[in-house]
Design a protein around this ligand. Structure first.
Ligand SMILES: C[S@@+](CC[C@H](N)C(=O)[O-])C[C@H]1O[C@@H](n2cnc3c(N)ncnc32)[C@H](O)[C@@H]1O
Length: 344
């Protein structure tokens, strides 16, 4: 798409978005379109992704996990299947909510928008401000300033209720913007390191009836051969599939029911699930954690489809022997993650 003039070609951008949102097109075939869209956003921020003087290479460590630096956060947009699935899932969630509240826009609170607000800007282009209204939040002022530049350049300010620099774990409900949808992707595979759990837990306490995007993140314990996994790669992770993996069970689930069940849990740990290890295959097999994301309804991201769903080796695997029960927990705080809390 030619970008030599100052004014962006909004019509061409909308055509790209229509293609990206077209569920008939498999997401992995949309790398060029997503890349083209991001190039335009980069252009609109004046290519200003060199904002880093005050950041460590990775980002800012907060009390609830690592917040990726703006340039790192920008690279998330390139994770094509992730970006497409989040956009399609959010678009469907907005349509569902809109059918309930058709007399006003659906209110979407997007926490951790990053410098491109990539999970919102395409939807602002595709939907009118009467259908969807967004509040954007990011902890990094440079990301918020960049998102603001893009929104202004694309004439999308009508679709934005508010845009704030703040830690989303401290966001307080605005009486004029009771969110219908909480949209957040501040996570890594296995819900490690970044504050997805803390952010969702806090925001859902502010808006208990809001839909969550992603609707569910599930972490499963799987015995698999890392040599096959990491070198064969890019296979689907259906429990019980014929790929040599042995599925042991889910160890942690993040969805609205789980969050509500933690209501009275205080302190630094959340309960996970327990798994019995019945099979103990030969030494080639290692315990691994697989992440499965249900963005919304049929919009899912399975193993290897995104950086967010790359299987990881389970730490403390030495505790595992045949016929034990493993009890998992989730550690909150500045280095969040799943761990084996007890073995019986
Ligand atoms: C993984 S990046 C994702 C960026 C963008 N949402 C996307 O999907 O491409 C996470 C973003 O969330 C922001 N973030 C992380 N923790 C946050 C927090 N506690 N409050 C607000 N923003 C946060 C980071 O600054 C970063 O821009």
């Amino acid at each position: 798409m030619a970008q030599n003039s100052q004014a962006p070609d909004t019509g061409a951008l909308i055509s790209l978005v229509e293609k990206i949102l077209d569920s008939a097109i498999p997401p992995h075939l949309l790398q060029v379109e997503v890349g083209e869209f991001i190039t335009v956003l980069g252009f609109l921020t004046n290519g200003n992704l060199e904002w880093l003087p005050d950041f460590s290479a990775e980002g800012s460590v907060t009390a609830s996990g690592l917040a990726l630096a703006p340039d790192m956060a920008a690279t998330c947009a390139d994770d094509t299947i992730r970006t497409v699935m989040f956009l399609r899932g959010t678009r469907t969630a907005i349509a569902d909510k809109h059918s309930e509240v058709s007399d006003r826009p659906v209110r979407i609170l997007y926490a951790g928008c990053g410098p491109y607000a990539i999970l919102a800007v395409p939807l602002m282009l595709a939907l009118s401000a009467e259908v969807a209204s967004f509040t954007l939040v990011d902890i990094h002022p440079e990301s918020v300033a960049s998102a603001e530049r893009i929104i202004t350049a694309l004439n999308l300010t009508d679709a934005v209720f508010d845009i704030k620099v703040m830690d989303a774990t401290g966001y307080l409900a605005d009486p004029d913007f009771p969110a219908d949808i909480i949209l957040t992707e501040v996570m890594q595979a296995c819900l490690q390191t970044e504050p997805q759990v803390a952010v969702i837990r806090h925001l859902l306490s502010q808006f208990p009836s809001a839909l969550l995007i992603p609707q569910e993140v599930r972490i499963d314990l799987v015995f698999a051969d890392p040599a096959v996994e990491y070198f064969a790669g890019h296979r689907s992770a259906q429990p019980g599939s014929q790929d040599g993996r042995i599925y042991s069970g889910s160890v942690f689930v993040l969805n609205r029911e789980a969050v509500f069940s933690w209501k009275n849990v205080s302190g630094s740990y959340l309960p996970g699930l327990s798994v019995e290890v019945n099979h103990f295959p030969d030494d080639r097999y290692q315990p691994m954690l697989f992440t499965d994301i249900c963005v919304y309804q049929q919009y899912r991201i399975g193993a290897y489809e995104s950086g967010l769903t790359c299987p990881r080796m389970l730490e403390s695997a030495e505790k595992i022997s045949p016929r034990v029960q493993l009890h998992f927990q989730y550690r909150l705080g500045d280095n969040p993650g799943i761990f084996i809390a007890a073995v019986e």
